[in-house]
Write a protein that binds this ligand. Sequence first.
Ligand SMILES: [Zn+2]
Length: 238
Amino acid sequence: MKHYQKLIENNKAWADQMVAQDPEFFVKREAKQTPHYLVIGCSDSRVPLELMSGALPGEMFVHRNIGNQVWETDINLISVVQFAVGVLDVEHVIVCGHSNCGALKAAQGPTTNGLIDNWLSDIRNVIRWNASELHACPTDETRLHLLSRLNVMQQVGVLSRMPIIRDFWTRGKRPMLHGWVYDIGAAQLSDAGHTNDGPRPLARPGPVSPLLGRFSTSRPCHRPARPARGHPSPSSPR
Ligand SMILES: [Zn+2]
Protein backbone atom coordinates (compact mmCIF):
# COMPACT_ATOMS: atom_id res chain seq x y z
CA MET A 1 0.00 0.00 0.00
CA LYS A 2 1.26 3.47 -0.87
CA HIS A 3 1.75 5.62 2.20
CA TYR A 4 -0.80 8.15 1.00
CA GLN A 5 -3.42 5.41 0.60
CA LYS A 6 -2.99 4.70 4.28
CA LEU A 7 -4.70 8.03 4.98
CA ILE A 8 -7.92 6.75 3.45
CA GLU A 9 -7.66 3.50 5.36
CA ASN A 10 -7.03 5.45 8.55
CA ASN A 11 -10.10 7.55 7.89
CA LYS A 12 -12.29 4.46 7.67
CA ALA A 13 -10.87 3.05 10.90
CA TRP A 14 -11.38 6.38 12.69
CA ALA A 15 -14.95 6.75 11.43
CA ASP A 16 -15.80 3.20 12.46
CA GLN A 17 -14.36 3.82 15.91
CA MET A 18 -16.34 7.02 16.38
CA VAL A 19 -19.59 5.42 15.20
CA ALA A 20 -19.03 2.49 17.54
CA GLN A 21 -19.01 4.97 20.43
CA ASP A 22 -21.92 7.05 19.12
CA PRO A 23 -23.84 5.79 16.09
CA GLU A 24 -25.30 9.28 15.48
CA PHE A 25 -22.06 11.22 15.94
CA PHE A 26 -21.54 12.23 12.32
CA VAL A 27 -25.21 12.38 11.36
CA LYS A 28 -25.88 14.91 14.14
CA ARG A 29 -23.16 17.17 12.77
CA GLU A 30 -24.10 17.04 9.13
CA ALA A 31 -26.80 19.73 9.11
CA LYS A 32 -24.83 22.55 10.71
CA GLN A 33 -21.76 23.50 12.71
CA THR A 34 -21.74 25.35 16.03
CA PRO A 35 -18.04 25.74 16.95
CA HIS A 36 -17.01 27.55 20.11
CA TYR A 37 -13.55 28.49 18.86
CA LEU A 38 -11.83 30.07 15.91
CA VAL A 39 -8.18 29.05 15.96
CA ILE A 40 -5.60 30.79 13.77
CA GLY A 41 -2.55 28.55 13.69
CA CYS A 42 0.64 27.91 11.77
CA SER A 43 0.61 25.53 8.79
CA ASP A 44 3.37 23.51 10.42
CA SER A 45 2.63 19.77 10.19
CA ARG A 46 3.71 19.21 13.79
CA VAL A 47 0.92 21.38 15.16
CA PRO A 48 -2.32 19.40 14.76
CA LEU A 49 -4.71 21.88 16.32
CA GLU A 50 -7.71 19.60 16.83
CA LEU A 51 -5.69 16.54 17.75
CA MET A 52 -3.48 18.22 20.33
CA SER A 53 -6.39 19.98 22.02
CA GLY A 54 -8.82 17.07 21.96
CA ALA A 55 -11.36 19.08 19.98
CA LEU A 56 -14.05 17.02 18.30
CA PRO A 57 -15.42 17.66 14.82
CA GLY A 58 -17.69 20.70 15.01
CA GLU A 59 -15.94 22.37 17.95
CA MET A 60 -13.16 24.31 16.22
CA PHE A 61 -13.21 26.57 13.16
CA VAL A 62 -9.66 26.72 11.84
CA HIS A 63 -7.52 29.02 9.73
CA ARG A 64 -3.86 28.25 9.14
CA ASN A 65 -1.03 30.04 7.42
CA ILE A 66 2.74 30.26 7.66
CA GLY A 67 3.64 31.86 10.97
CA ASN A 68 0.02 32.09 12.28
CA GLN A 69 -0.23 35.67 11.09
CA VAL A 70 -3.12 38.12 11.11
CA TRP A 71 -2.92 40.69 8.35
CA GLU A 72 -5.56 43.38 8.12
CA THR A 73 -5.21 43.18 4.32
CA ASP A 74 -5.59 39.38 4.06
CA ILE A 75 -9.04 38.89 2.52
CA ASN A 76 -8.88 35.18 3.27
CA LEU A 77 -8.23 35.75 6.97
CA ILE A 78 -10.73 38.61 7.20
CA SER A 79 -13.43 36.44 5.62
CA VAL A 80 -12.73 33.64 8.09
CA VAL A 81 -12.96 36.01 11.07
CA GLN A 82 -16.10 37.66 9.69
CA PHE A 83 -17.84 34.32 9.23
CA ALA A 84 -16.67 32.79 12.49
CA VAL A 85 -17.51 35.80 14.65
CA GLY A 86 -20.46 37.23 12.76
CA VAL A 87 -22.26 34.08 11.63
CA LEU A 88 -21.02 31.18 13.71
CA ASP A 89 -20.85 33.37 16.83
CA VAL A 90 -17.69 31.76 18.20
CA GLU A 91 -16.94 32.65 21.80
CA HIS A 92 -13.15 32.62 21.55
CA VAL A 93 -10.60 33.51 18.89
CA ILE A 94 -7.23 31.89 19.60
CA VAL A 95 -3.97 32.70 17.82
CA CYS A 96 -1.71 29.70 18.35
CA GLY A 97 2.02 29.86 17.68
CA HIS A 98 4.53 27.12 18.37
CA SER A 99 8.10 26.33 19.29
CA ASN A 100 10.83 26.02 16.68
CA CYS A 101 8.71 27.73 14.02
CA GLY A 102 10.41 27.77 10.62
CA ALA A 103 8.75 31.06 9.70
CA LEU A 104 10.19 32.78 12.76
CA LYS A 105 13.61 31.28 12.07
CA ALA A 106 13.54 32.48 8.48
CA ALA A 107 12.41 35.96 9.53
CA GLN A 108 15.48 36.28 11.74
CA GLY A 109 17.77 35.59 8.80
CA PRO A 110 18.57 37.42 5.56
CA THR A 111 15.83 38.11 3.03
CA THR A 112 16.82 35.44 0.57
CA ASN A 113 13.76 33.20 0.69
CA GLY A 114 12.04 34.53 -2.42
CA LEU A 115 8.35 35.35 -2.46
CA ILE A 116 7.80 34.18 1.10
CA ASP A 117 9.92 37.08 2.35
CA ASN A 118 6.91 39.31 1.64
CA TRP A 119 4.80 37.17 3.91
CA LEU A 120 7.46 37.27 6.62
CA SER A 121 7.75 41.06 6.61
CA ASP A 122 5.39 41.58 9.55
CA ILE A 123 7.34 39.07 11.63
CA ARG A 124 10.49 41.05 10.79
CA ASN A 125 8.67 44.09 12.21
CA VAL A 126 8.00 42.19 15.43
CA ILE A 127 11.71 41.38 15.61
CA ARG A 128 12.68 44.99 15.00
CA TRP A 129 10.22 46.40 17.53
CA ASN A 130 11.43 44.01 20.22
CA ALA A 131 15.12 43.90 19.29
CA SER A 132 16.49 44.74 22.73
CA GLU A 133 14.49 42.04 24.50
CA LEU A 134 15.35 39.46 21.88
CA HIS A 135 19.05 40.33 21.92
CA ALA A 136 19.05 39.88 25.69
CA CYS A 137 18.11 36.20 25.38
CA PRO A 138 21.08 33.97 26.18
CA THR A 139 20.57 31.35 23.45
CA ASP A 140 19.05 30.99 20.00
CA GLU A 141 16.48 28.59 21.44
CA THR A 142 15.27 30.98 24.13
CA ARG A 143 15.27 33.85 21.64
CA LEU A 144 13.09 31.84 19.29
CA HIS A 145 10.73 30.94 22.12
CA LEU A 146 10.36 34.58 23.14
CA LEU A 147 9.78 35.53 19.51
CA SER A 148 6.99 32.96 19.24
CA ARG A 149 5.26 34.62 22.20
CA LEU A 150 5.82 38.13 20.88
CA ASN A 151 4.53 37.14 17.46
CA VAL A 152 1.37 35.66 18.95
CA MET A 153 0.81 38.79 21.03
CA GLN A 154 1.29 40.95 17.96
CA GLN A 155 -1.27 38.96 15.98
CA VAL A 156 -3.79 39.20 18.82
CA GLY A 157 -3.15 42.94 18.80
CA VAL A 158 -3.94 43.13 15.09
CA LEU A 159 -7.14 41.15 15.68
CA SER A 160 -8.18 43.61 18.37
CA ARG A 161 -7.94 46.44 15.84
CA MET A 162 -10.13 44.74 13.24
CA PRO A 163 -13.46 46.53 12.69
CA ILE A 164 -15.49 43.32 12.91
CA ILE A 165 -14.07 42.56 16.35
CA ARG A 166 -14.38 46.12 17.66
CA ASP A 167 -17.94 46.37 16.36
CA PHE A 168 -18.96 43.31 18.37
CA TRP A 169 -17.18 44.55 21.48
CA THR A 170 -18.83 47.97 21.37
CA ARG A 171 -22.18 46.14 21.31
CA GLY A 172 -21.13 44.22 24.40
CA LYS A 173 -20.66 40.97 22.59
CA ARG A 174 -17.91 38.38 22.34
CA PRO A 175 -15.43 37.11 21.23
CA MET A 176 -12.60 36.87 23.71
CA LEU A 177 -9.15 36.90 22.10
CA HIS A 178 -6.31 34.65 23.23
CA GLY A 179 -2.64 34.12 22.38
CA TRP A 180 -1.26 30.63 22.95
CA VAL A 181 2.01 28.86 22.20
CA TYR A 182 2.42 25.13 21.61
CA ASP A 183 5.68 23.48 22.68
CA ILE A 184 6.15 20.73 20.10
CA GLY A 185 8.70 18.66 22.04
CA ALA A 186 6.60 18.66 25.20
CA ALA A 187 3.22 18.55 23.41
CA GLN A 188 2.21 21.36 25.78
CA LEU A 189 -0.11 24.29 25.14
CA SER A 190 0.42 27.44 27.21
CA ASP A 191 -1.08 30.88 27.41
CA ALA A 192 1.27 33.52 26.01
CA GLY A 193 -0.02 36.03 28.53
CA HIS A 194 -2.33 38.04 26.36
CA THR A 195 -6.08 37.79 26.73
CA ASN A 196 -8.36 40.46 25.40
CA ASP A 197 -12.07 40.45 26.09
CA GLY A 198 -13.35 43.89 25.29
CA PRO A 199 -12.90 47.30 23.73
CA ARG A 200 -9.79 49.24 24.59
CA PRO A 201 -8.51 52.51 23.13
CA LEU A 202 -7.71 51.87 19.49
CA ALA A 203 -3.98 51.35 19.27
CA ARG A 204 -1.91 52.48 16.33
CA PRO A 205 -0.46 49.84 14.05
CA GLY A 206 2.89 48.86 15.45
CA PRO A 207 4.33 47.14 18.47
CA VAL A 208 1.94 45.43 20.84
CA SER A 209 0.81 47.93 23.42
CA PRO A 210 -0.58 47.56 26.93
CA LEU A 211 -3.57 49.43 25.55
CA LEU A 212 -4.56 46.30 23.72
CA GLY A 213 -5.54 44.34 26.76
CA ARG A 214 -4.28 42.47 29.75
CA PHE A 215 -0.73 42.44 28.56
CA SER A 216 1.90 40.73 30.63
CA THR A 217 4.91 42.97 31.06
CA SER A 218 6.89 39.94 32.13
CA ARG A 219 8.10 38.26 28.98
CA PRO A 220 10.95 36.03 30.08
CA CYS A 221 12.98 34.45 27.33
CA HIS A 222 12.85 30.99 28.75
CA ARG A 223 10.65 28.09 27.91
CA PRO A 224 8.00 27.03 30.42
CA ALA A 225 8.90 23.96 32.44
CA ARG A 226 7.98 20.84 30.62
CA PRO A 227 5.60 18.48 32.41
CA ALA A 228 6.96 15.22 33.68
CA ARG A 229 5.71 12.64 31.25
CA GLY A 230 6.96 9.26 30.38
CA HIS A 231 6.51 5.60 30.53
CA PRO A 232 5.93 3.80 33.79
CA SER A 233 9.07 2.38 35.29
CA PRO A 234 9.47 -1.41 35.19
CA SER A 235 8.57 -1.55 38.87
CA SER A 236 5.39 0.52 38.47
CA PRO A 237 2.14 -1.33 39.01
CA ARG A 238 0.18 -1.91 35.83
ZN1 LIG B 1 5.31 27.73 12.36
